[in-house]
Design a protein. Structure first.
Length: 317
């Protein structure tokens, strides 16, 4: 009954807010949200040849990120629980596992504010409510993701924002190294060159036991993932080593175990760990940019031309 009530609320709000009904993909104007299908909680946003799909009925999760018809994200055929891109409160030690369902995978209430899709979660057991505002910048050809954490617990809580995005295996990730040391089971698959940390996915190098993660401080406020000649860059406010949540990192990577369905790599980043008074909120903005690497640039790990390309992407807003 609760799910049905929320679905009815979603469609009532959309009917009165002007969200467009499903249309053929090629007919969808840029920068506007469309229903991805009739009687659906899925919404689609187009920027040129890039399409983002979000499911408000599944924790406001980003379920697809299509570029030239190819999805950069893994779907639920690879892992039925961990797929697409989601948001969690950090640190994980506050909630162990699994993540709070109210935040990760239960239905969000939806409204449309101009061209921004607004999704609001139910209150988690800890008393947190998450608001996601997602829009497209047509001129900048990028996706804008605004996250708000609101403390509805009635007592002070200390928390950091955390975005978790599952991409396909076989690629690499890189980011500017910050302070401190890198930690985790993926260290053998990483190296630092000229201040940039490079992680190259190699099945034979994955840990056979123990943790399969990397924890690191970052710098400059960006993290890039490359698969083929398509580069996916996340931009976010840089934080200091001291601002990270306990036993977490500003930049984190995770490589899943391989199954018959394949595997995935999580590219993750976190914001500042801060105290929220009762009723208070914290705001965090992330920008996603996807581009094709020119044929003139070698995509080998360690190539400074790749770093220059990303830094130029980050400068252009």
């Amino acid at each position: 009954m609760e799910l049905m009530r929320r679905l009815v609320t979603i469609f009532f709000v959309l009917a009165t807010s002007g969200v467009c009904l499903a249309q053929p993909v090629e007919q969808q104007p840029e920068g506007r949200w469309f229903l991805a299908g009739k009687d659906s909680t899925r919404f689609r946003l187009r920027l040129g040849d890039q399409y983002m799909e979000v499911d408000a009925g599944l924790g406001g999760r980003i379920t697809s990120l299509l570029v030239d018809g190819h999805d950069l994200l893994t779907d639920n055929t690879v892992d039925a629980f961990n797929w697409g891109s989601t948001f969690w409160p950090s640190p994980q030690s506050d909630w162990k596992w699994p993540p709070p369902a109210e935040i990760d995978n239960e239905p969000y209430t939806v409204t449309l504010e101009e061209r921004r899709l607004k999704m609001v979660s139910k209150k988690s057991p800890a008393g947190l409510v998450i608001t996601k505002l997602i829009s497209g910048n047509v001129q900048g050809n990028c996706f804008l993701l605004d996250y708000t954490i609101t403390n509805m617990s009635g007592k002070p809580l200390t928390v950091a924002p955390w975005e978790i995005t599952r991409v396909k295996t076989g690629g690499m990730a890189f980011f500017p190294m910050g302070a401190g040391e890198r930690k985790g089971g993926l260290l053998p698959l990483t190296r630092e060159k000229d201040g940039i940390v490079w992680f190259v996915y190699r099945e034979e190098g994955l840990p056979s036991k123990g943790d399969r993660q990397l924890y690191s401080d970052g710098a400059e406020g960006w993290l890039a993932a490359l698969n083929g000649r398509t580069i996916f860059v996340k931009q976010f406010p840089d934080i200091t080593l001291e601002q990270a949540a306990p036993k977490e990192g500003e930049i984190e990577l995770y490589a899943s175990p391989l199954t018959k369905s394949g595997g995935y790599v999580e590219i993750e980043h976190q914001g500042a760990y801060q105290v929220l008074s009762p009723g208070a909120s914290s705001h965090w903005q992330v920008t996603w940019k996807i581009r094709r690497i020119p044929d003139s640039i070698n995509t080998q790990a360690g190539n400074p031309a790749l770093v220059d390309f990303v830094r130029n992407m980050v400068k252009k807003n």
